[in-house]
Design a protein around this ligand. Sequence first.
Ligand code: FAD
Length: 380
Amino acid sequence: MRVDLHPVRAFLEARHEGLLDRAQAFSRDVLSKRKPPETDEEARTEARALLTLMGDASLFEPIQRQDYRGCCLLREELAFHSPLADAVFALQALSATPLFLRGTPLQTALATEAIAGAQMGAFAMTEPGAGSDAHAIACEARREGESYVLNGTKTLISNGGLADFYVVFAKAVKARPKGLTAFIVEAGSAGFEFVKPLVMSAPHPLGEIAFRDCRVSEGARIGKEGEGLKLALSTLDRLRATVGAAACGMAARALSEALQHAQTRRQFGKPLADLPLIQDKIARMAIRLRAARLLVYEAAWEKDQGAGRVTLESGMAKAFATENAQTIVDDAVQILGGRGVMKESMVDLLYRSVRALRIYEGTTEIQHLLVASQLLKPAP
Ligand SMILES: Cc1cc2nc3c(=O)[nH]c(=O)nc-3n(C[C@H](O)[C@H](O)[C@H](O)COP(=O)(O)OP(=O)(O)OC[C@H]3O[C@@H](n4cnc5c(N)ncnc54)[C@H](O)[C@@H]3O)c2cc1C
């Protein structure tokens, strides 16, 4: 079962069918022929290769058009076949979006190169002392004449050590005490350091980076001083539903693997699919997936209609879709039995890949806080 448009068609436009055709052709002709990498080094090489292939296939275009339903369709399709390809898409979106939102013409040109797959981006917020609490960011940007000097460490950064440019959130010392400012730092800059790779159980290039008296020009600042947190939150608000879409892609693949296995594997003289307990599991998986998709595409639709912030909708979509995808993938592993925990099995890769979605771009707990704060907001 590929991305089945039926439950979400009401939220889509005609152009999305063409986009999905393009993404499905890419899955068929490219992704299905590539093996998931086994080591971190292989994952890094594969991520770079996928970036070029995806750029050549114009798959990043919905990011530039700020078509969030398009981004959701792509992430769902990519995640179905390759969680790593989905991560490559996600990071191009996270790094290019702030530049399209607030960038100078030069910065927008860099984002356009990222859309073409010619530049790999990264989004650097998290620090050893600042995860869920962005206000605790300690990385400093000291103004010196026409430039800024950055000092600090960023950890758990996707594409860390691999990206060509980093969108970095730092405290510009003169700005409001809690205000952050966003900068572009190129990987080759003096004072930029790739500290170490952080190796996940699923293929996903992740690393720690540091800035040691790393000087960037004023032209590297994105937007105004002190407006970095607003820019980061606005970027995350726009893209949060797409994390839910990636979760749906992984869940759809898990369901598809489980359906296939249940219909072919025989125990007690009949296919597993004939056993009521297996049928119950399958039904629950499908219901969870359908509900998740509806929340995800509704949130993206709201944003595409020109809504300002979609914090409530995207927070609900991300929390529900990622939590339920975890359950769906776990159920698929259970249906596959011992074969489901073998390293070469697709459901094992999904099991290792889906976990991080409940953590990055705001944990489930943080989404729940955001949803509750929207509901408890005093009436205007
Ligand atoms: C695969 C992966 C990729 C990532 N990529 C990036 C990236 O590209 N760029 C980037 O900047 N960051 C990235 N991150 C970091 C990610 O955004 C953080 O891990 C996340 O924000 C949580 O921060 P933390 O890990 O420090 O956990 P903490 O903030 O320490 O939280 C630990 C636990 O406490 C809970 N908690 C925290 N505060 C509260 C609260 N107020 N109420 C209730 N519970 C709370 C959390 O929900 C969590 O369960 C990535 C992480 C992963 C796993």
